[in-house]
Design a protein around this ligand. Structure first.
Ligand SMILES: C[S@@+](CC[C@H](N)C(=O)[O-])C[C@H]1O[C@@H](n2cnc3c(N)ncnc32)[C@H](O)[C@@H]1O
Length: 261
């Protein structure tokens, strides 16, 4: 379960990793979307509040929902550091994005940076989209981003070798080297078991190896379109990246903007 996944060391390493801290294009994209579609906003899988806090600082009322207590603890700390007006616009909730009832509706629901790819079963995916439907205000939008699947990453053994993702030093002096590998391919289930390996050298010289092992679900373009249609959505825009470019063979992302049909 994802809650156990992120209720681990990963919550402490998440924000400082350049993979996250240098991920700025999606933040700009969601700020733009919030200006277009308005608030209140519901963010599913909000994690440590990377996007949540920025939208609150932009003046948007936002509810962040996440399964992981430890990720949410980080978000609570970040909220406490906001200016008081922004702080009051952020509401954080622990819950499962495949089963929630917040008793209110939103102009915009967003699912940034892969939480939907933690929903391994079709039932969980449709449950999540059904919950989104119930929480959308009339004329409201859902924005869902997943990566565009690279066929080689579904089977090529080269991806089973550890590859360097990033190296960085934390504020408190830990030297961190992150590598990644696919531990197993499950093509029939459209899943990869992935390991992110954190090799850490502490300031006192102590070495530590921590492994974030998880299973990701990959999707194809029409599969998401069919899922959305099945759950009563109509796609109003589909982008291949956060610059709003059209989806093409080489696009890294599949970003769906949808409304109730
Ligand atoms: C890669 S992080 C993304 C966090 C944040 N959206 C961001 O952009 O930085 C994935 C998040 O999805 C959350 N998550 C995974 N499955 C979930 C579920 N079923 N319900 C709610 N949150 C979930 C995890 O706890 C984690 O915080």
């Amino acid at each position: 379960m994802a809650s156990q996944l992120y209720d681990s060391f990963i919550a402490d390493y998440y924000d400082e990793s350049p993979v996250v801290s240098k991920r700025l294009e999606d933040v700009a994209f969601y700020r733009h979307a919030a200006r277009d579609f308005g608030d209140p906003i519901l963010e599913l899988g909000c994690g440590t509040g990377r996007i949540t806090m920025t939208l609150a600082e932009d003046g948007k009322r936002i509810t962040g929902l996440d399964l992981s207590e430890r990720m949410l603890e980080r978000a609570v700390t970040k909220r406490a550091a906001l200016r008081v007006e922004a702080r009051e616009r952020v509401h954080l909730v622990q819950g499962d994005m495949a089963r929630f009832d917040l008793g209110e509706t939103f102009r915009l629901v967003i699912i940034p940076f892969r939480p939907f790819q933690h929903l391994l079963e079709v039932r969980q995916q449709t449950d999540c989209l059904d919950c989104v439907q119930k929480h959308l205000a009339p004329g409201g939008r859902l924005i869902l981003d997943v990566f565009q699947t690279d066929a080689e990453r579904m089977h090529d053994p080269v991806h089973m070798r550890e590859m360097l993702v990033t190296e960085y030093k934390t504020d408190d002096g830990r030297q961190v080297r992150v590598t990644e590998r696919v531990a197993a391919f499950h093509r029939a289930e459209q899943r990869n078991d992935v390991e992110m390996i954190f090799s850490i050298r502490h300031p006192d010289g102590r070495q530590e190896k921590l492994v974030f092992a998880w299973t990701l679900r990959y999707f194809f373009r029409y599969e998401i379109e069919h899922l959305l249609a099945r759950c009563g959505f109509r796609v109003t825009a589909l982008y291949g990246n956060f610059d709003r470019s059209t989806l093409a063979d080489s696009s890294p992302e599949m970003i769906y903007v949808a409304e109730a049909s």
